[in-house]
Design a protein around this ligand. Sequence first.
Ligand SMILES: [Zn+2]
Ligand SMILES: [Zn+2]
Length: 344
Amino acid sequence: MAAPTAHIAAMPRPSIDWIAPQPMGIHVPCGDFWIDPSRPVARAVVTHGHADHARGGHGEVIATPGTLAIMEARYGPQNGARPLEYGETLRVGEVDVTLAPAGHVLGSAQACMERAGERVVVSGDFKRAADPTCAGFTPIQCDVWVTEATFALPVFTHPPVEAELAKAVLAARANPERCVLIGAYALGKAQRVIAELRRIGWDAPIYIHGALAKLCEVYEAHGVALGELRPALAAKTAEMRGAIVLAPPSALADRWSRRLPDPVTAMASGWMRVRGRARMKGVELPLVISDHADWAELTSTCLEVGAGEVWVTHGREEALVHWLEQRQVRAKALHLVGKEDDDD
Ligand SMILES: [Zn+2]
Ligand SMILES: [Zn+2]
């Protein structure tokens, strides 16, 4: 006969009641703050600098120094900036808040909250693959795991980044009269593509669109070496033959790209796994490179953190919720608004 203690241990843990998810963000009333709110609030904890998580105009912003630097580069100086280093704990009302690396972009953090022996961790956006431009994801045991689900379908498997970028290097070498133009999201993806190109031995100058310059400087200032970058606007067309050029995805088809030498158009995004998307955007060379966890990473992380309950913030929630329920993990979709697929 089973001991009574074993029976008690098998009972589902009670749901956490001191965190109140709302459509505009995750509200923590007993600490009087919001996580990644989509509207200005008195006090915000911001997980990372992407625009759908970091809005300007909050009264007070608790974030890592990297995230605060990114917010300043995008929105100007922020009132009430409260830098919190990874691993440092700040008491906010009744809640202890600690930020831990999320492995997504420079400064990206999971928000870990503890109160009365209960621990809730909000992933923000995250990935598990190594990235030379940011600190690697650290799993934290918790009672409730609040996760993103951008690529939460089994079809999404992200290949090794080196293999994808080797295709860009091959295309540049095979087309000495042309250039390879890679569309990459201005924050995070662009700097990761550059750093990974350096790692696989591409040491020629890389030409960049003006929209990437400021954020590349922020990365350099935080110790991420990007090698020689040149503004594409200041370069002569002939100089860019055989070169690699980076621009935000919106610039791939606009006037800006007309002065490039007959570009081979590439795009670095997890969405390039979907052939129709690449074709629709006129991408010749799709590169499947994502700063989000793929299906295998999302599911294994849910189990690894040992949470009895999982809340899903944004993305393809249904498949992940179903997968968790099949494994006796309580799960629910939060349906947050204003979160975009910030991978392209
Ligand atoms: Zn993001
Ligand atoms: Zn996001």
